[in-house]
Design a binder for this molecule. Structure first.
Ligand SMILES: Nc1nc2c(ncn2[C@@H]2O[C@H](COP(=O)(O)OP(=O)(O)OP(=O)(O)O)[C@@H](O)[C@H]2O)c(=O)[nH]1
Ligand SMILES: [Zn+2]
Length: 330
């Protein structure tokens, strides 16, 4: 199947997907993108068509990945039943509240907006957590710092974010002001999919509304007393922008739990891994072992103990999750 169809390209269809479809399949099926997932139904859009279809794929095992927002599916022309999920460019998952479970967040994302606000909610540890996820999944991250209108020092927040990783892209915006949010348009071109991740109340839905120039998503005033976000976004869905891109909002998250993200952790904390290679023992826990290069670097001021603690915390959390998953997959 060739990716010549203009309207499919607007949906994000590329050769990566078209090459997966055999000539035989192309005759019997048509590709559609999952726009929203509801209970028992998914909203899909293809070339000049929209359907609401069942998310169940004949013959799929319960352990198989089911369609999630952003996925490309093949739909049978006659029955309108999904026949299969096309291989994904990438997939965001997180550990759901129940630690045994993984929840799919979004598939086939070009750019991740990691949204945080310039107020007391701002946390480098939380940004690192989202960056680990972005690196692990292999998606280009952009840190978007909102609520610049509520602080005198937005540059200080931006500097703290930039210090996490050399070359990290950081934008500061007033999410309610279209002129201010316009700097984000660069990532939202035709056929591009941008997912927004961040804690509840940081202003994801507000950004989506501002970039779309509409006010169709419910946003809710957060409790002024503590800036704690309430859950305002309930359905995960793709929102179309006039210039052709797609924004994918995600429901309010209290805390992002990583699962199986060792590769991402290694990238964000590569400075620690580099130094750890010089530890005397290859299985050094960087505690009180003799000859620990990490502790030596901290003592010399080359590495900070704050970042060390965040690294150990993420690594410990991730290895517990990874062990769980390995057991379940066996
Ligand atoms: N002053 C100011 N308020 C903002 C800004 N961005 C968002 N808000 C407000 O912050 C509150 C929460 O914004 P939402 O857009 O609902 O937050 P969210 O991240 O989508 O939250 P969930 O849907 O729960 O994940 C709303 O009252 C917004 O009007 C901003 O840049 N400046
Ligand atoms: Zn060590």
């Amino acid at each position: 199947m060739k990716s010549t169809d203009e309207s499919l390209e607007e949906l994000g269809w590329t050769d990566f997907f078209s090459e997966q479809v055999s000539a035989e399949e192309a005759e019997q099926c048509h590709p559609v993108r999952v726009m929203a997932v509801h209970r028992g139904k998914i909203a899909v859009t293809g070339a000049g068509l929209q359907h609401s279809v069942t998310p169940y794929i004949p013959g799929a095992l319960p352990s198989d990945d089911h369609p999630t927002v952003g996925d490309w599916l093949l739909i049978d022309n006659a029955t309108l039943q999904p026949t299969r999920v096309l291989r994904r460019l990438n997939l965001f998952k997180r550990r759901a509240g129940d630690r045994h479970k993984e929840q799919m967040i979004a598939a086939n994302v070009d750019t991740l907006f990691i949204v945080a606000s310039c107020n007391q909610d701002f946390s480098v540890a939380r940004l690192e957590r989202y960056l680990v996820l972005a690196r692990d999944v292999g998606v280009n991250p952009v840190v978007v710092l909102t609520k610049t209108d509520l602080t005198e020092t937005p540059d200080a927040f931006a500097a703290a974010a930039r210090a996490i990783e050399p070359g990290l892209q950081v934008e500061t915006v007033n999410g309610r002001d279209p002129a201010s949010a316009a700097c984000l348009a660069a990532w939202c071109g035709k056929g591009k999919t941008v997912a927004l991740l961040g804690s509840s109340g940081v202003g994801k839905s507000t950004l989506v509304n501002t970039l779309r120039g509409s006010d169709s998503i419910a946003t809710q005033a957060i409790r002024a007393s503590d800036d704690t976000g309430r859950h305002t976004t309930t359905v995960r869905e793709m929102h179309r922008l006039d210039r052709g891109g797609w924004l994918l909002d995600t429901p309010g998250m209290r805390e992002l739990q990583l699962s199986d993200a060792a590769a991402g952790i290694s990238e964000i904390f590569d400075d620690f891994l580099l130094v750890a290679q010089r530890c005397r023992f290859s299985n050094c826990s960087h505690g009180s072992e003799p000859g620990c290069a990490v502790q030596a670097a901290i003592a010399e001021g080359m590495l900070t103990s704050e970042r060390f603690n965040r690294w150990r915390q993420l690594a410990a959390e991730d290895s517990v999750a990874a062990a769980y998953l390995a057991k379940r997959r066996r």
